[in-house]
Design a protein around this ligand. Structure first.
Ligand SMILES: C[S@@+](CC[C@H](N)C(=O)[O-])C[C@H]1O[C@@H](n2cnc3c(N)ncnc32)[C@H](O)[C@@H]1O
Length: 293
């Protein structure tokens, strides 16, 4: 499955606000960063990194010297990382060099290696973990795309590496649009079916991802803290994001339930009309998770 850099940029402010709602997951992560980072740079592996949003969110509050490897299979997104990270570095008054492969903000510094790899390829996947130099494995907006076997393998590799885990912004199936619409229930069923579709990493866990991940990590001996990191959106403040979301949901529902194409399309028309009138509010449930030993 592919994602556009524009979509990732559109969601990034909502992601940042959502992460702030999940502050309970930060304390164990910071404690880990302080103890692991004391001996040398904190070594972070970011899976499905896109344009680097997870790095931009985490690096400032992990603090200290950090060495990141950002992994994605999408060459366009990896190529967009230097510009996105460079803009961000300037916005926070940090120095960046070498196409943003070195960022120094005073309170933290990042050395970055970008890696093109397909996480569906077991050999490439295992190679990421082969170097015994990982303190933290992280991912944002990825776990709901993966299948159960992939997730088990991921937990096994994280455990064997002795790495902490931080998985942000996994959808948990809660979503509401206010005011309610007569087409919501049908749309919800079809959309939920699409969420379980294979996105390239096995039949996707979708809304089950946060629970399955927490259970598996606990079984592997991790202490797991989770907190809700919902997107909370209003028609006026988040118009473009809500527009994209509603359109994407309707498209997914139509793909999963083509027999009711006309009904889902009508739902979208009514929803976009309400959005234009500035009347819509929307909440999308996510969960952030930190697992430490
Ligand atoms: C929803 S986006 C999230 C991107 C980024 N973490 C963020 O929060 O903005 C999912 C990311 O996973 C990447 N991805 C999906 N399947 C992948 C695979 N099989 N191998 C590597 N990356 C993959 C996509 O290219 C995309 O960048």
């Amino acid at each position: 499955m592919s994602f556009s850099a524009d979509w990732l940029a559109l969601r990034e402010p909502a992601d940042r606000a959502a992460r702030r709602r999940a502050a309970a997951t930060w304390a164990p992560l910071r404690a880990m960063a302080r103890s692991e980072g004391a001996a040398g740079p904190l070594r972070v592996l970011d899976l499905g990194a896109g344009t680097g949003s997870n790095l931009r969110a985490l690096a400032p509050w992990l603090g200290g010297a950090q060495r990141w490897r950002t992994v994605d299979h999408d060459a366009r997104l990896l190529a967009a990382q230097p510009a996105a990270l460079g803009r961000w570095a300037r916005s926070i008054g940090a120095r960046s060099a070498g196409e943003a492969s070195r960022i120094d903000a005073g309170g933290f510094s990042v050395e970055l290696e970008r890696i093109a790899a397909d996480l569906a390829d077991p050999v490439a996947f295992d190679a990421l973990f082969a170097r015994a130099d990982i303190d933290l494995v992280t991912a944002s907006a990825l776990l709901d795309l993966v299948g159960e076997d992939w997730l088990h393998r991921w937990v096994d590799r994280c455990g064997a590496a002795g790495a902490a885990v931080h998985a942000a912004l996994s959808v948990d199936g809660r979503w509401t649009v206010v005011p309610a619409d007569r087409g919501d229930a049908r749309l919800r069923r079809a959309f939920a079916r699409d969420q379980r579709r294979d996105k390239g990493l096995g039949r996707a866990l979708g809304e089950m991802a946060p629970r399955v991940a927490a259970r598996r990590l606990r079984a592997a001996g991790y202490r797991v803290v989770t907190a809700r990191s919902d997107w909370v959106m209003h028609a006026t403040a988040h118009r473009a994001l809500v527009h994209e979301l509603l359109s994407g949901m309707a498209a997914a529902a139509i793909a999963a339930d083509p027999a009711h194409r006309a009904l889902h399309a009508a739902w979208l028309r009514r929803r976009l009309a309400a959005l234009r009138r500035g009347r819509l509010r929307m909440r999308v449930g996510h969960v952030d998770l930190t697992a430490t030993r």
